[in-house]
Design a protein around this ligand. Structure first.
Ligand code: MG
Length: 365
């Protein structure tokens, strides 16, 4: 089935919370690009390429990489996913965010051609329901506790507390949220590299009595020795996120036992195929893994959910419902009830553009 057209459409989606911050930046909107691949028979697949400044993938650079890479798809047989992705890796080093958008669109296209759910391409559904972890952006401890309460009232049971390298204030954030939510909530923290190793050890030991299930990327990406020291010194599962920025890097983190767990994201690892491989490396090396924050529209979450469905070894709640924090999402098809995502038997990734979004795409074509 020959590929005859690839479109790249901008996707800039404001969040409900205009004051959304984490340790590295303020992000009032979610930015990326939609990749639409069309075959000669009219079959179509969709993918989302994320703008990720903190992974070295600014908005314009992702578009530039997509422009160059997508040209190579025209005329190719859409069944040859492995061969096409290998060609893209040969043609351009890195640029995993752009490649992820293409990888996802190719898998979505193939699944729709075959009339099967996308997870069938990776072994079929082992999991059908996903309790999702929601992010609490950085604010004062009392405001974060209020936001946690609002999410808990919507059914959310897993929370990620963003912290920013100030030990006492960060511990107070954790204390305030635990006090607000009570003993049943599952709490994690994400420092986004903001601690020195010794401060991370001090902070996590002070947070441990409030029962933290997981601590994400406490120190800088380049400080693997510090990351390992934190992992060995605290009674909390330590997870690499930014440090697990490629399949090669996942291999190093697992081989050297630098962390207890790894946050897998299709966006940073270059798509579904490489993320599936990363999960196998973690499994083989005895390191835990789950799907980390997939910040984007429902389309991105749908791809990540289908891969998660085929990974029965995922140890903890994944982050697959950040689309719920968008002011408006131009995609539809996922079922999120009481903080739990439900896999359906719809073909492909199960998500399609809303009719209004299709109209605006036609006008701009
Ligand atoms: Mg993170």
């Amino acid at each position: 089935m020959k590929i005859v057209d690839v479109r790249i459409d901008e996707s800039v989606l404001p969040k409900k919370d205009k004051d959304w911050k984490f340790a590295l930046a303020a992000n009032p909107a979610t930015e990326g690009w939609i990749v639409t691949i069309r075959c000669e028979d009219g079959s179509v697949g969709y993918g989302y390429a994320s703008t990720m400044n903190h992974y070295g993938a600014p908005h314009e650079a992702v578009k530039g990489a997509l422009d160059r890479l997508c040209k190579r798809l025209i005329g190719r047989d859409s069944r040859e996913i492995a061969s096409i992705l290998d060609d893209l890796d040969q043609a351009m080093h890195g640029n995993n965010q752009a490649k992820s958008g293409i990888d996802c669109a190719l898998h979505d296209l193939r699944a729709r051609q075959l009339g099967v759910p996308l997870c069938d391409l990776f072994g079929g559904p082992a999991v059908r329901e996903f309790a999702t972890l929601r992010i609490l952006p950085i604010k004062s401890p009392s405001d974060m506790a209020k936001n946690a309460r609002a999410l808990a009232d919507k059914g959310v049971r897993h929370f990620k507390i963003k912290v920013h390298g100030e030990v006492e204030e960060d511990v107070e954030r954790v204390r305030a949220i635990r006090t607000e939510l009570g003993p049943d909530a599952h709490l994690t923290i994400d420092a986004n590299q903001s601690y020195a190793a010794k401060d991370a050890i001090r902070a996590l030991n002070l947070m441990a009595p409030y029962r933290i299930d997981l601590a994400e990327q406490p120190v800088e990406v380049k400080d693997l020795a510090g990351l390992k020291a934190v992992t060995q010194a605290v009674p909390i599962t330590v997870e690499a996120d930014e440090a697990a920025y490629s399949l090669d890097q996942v291999t190093i983190l697992v081989r050297e036992r630098i962390v207890d767990a790894i946050s897998l994201k299709i966006t940073k690892l270059g798509g579904l195929r490489k993320t599936f491989a990363a999960a196998q490396i973690c499994d083989a090396g005895g390191v835990r893994y789950r799907m980390g924050a997939h910040v984007g529209p429902m389309l991105l979450a749908a791809h990540a959910m289908h891969l998660a469905a085929a990974l029965p070894g995922i140890w903890y709640a994944s982050e697959l419902s950040e689309f719920d924090g968008l002011a408006e999402d131009p995609w539809e098809g996922l079922k999120l009830v009481d903080g739990v995502l439900h896999l359906s038997d719809a073909v492909g990734c199960g998500v399609t553009p809303k009719p209004a979004a299709m109209d605006s795409r036609r006008k701009s074509a």
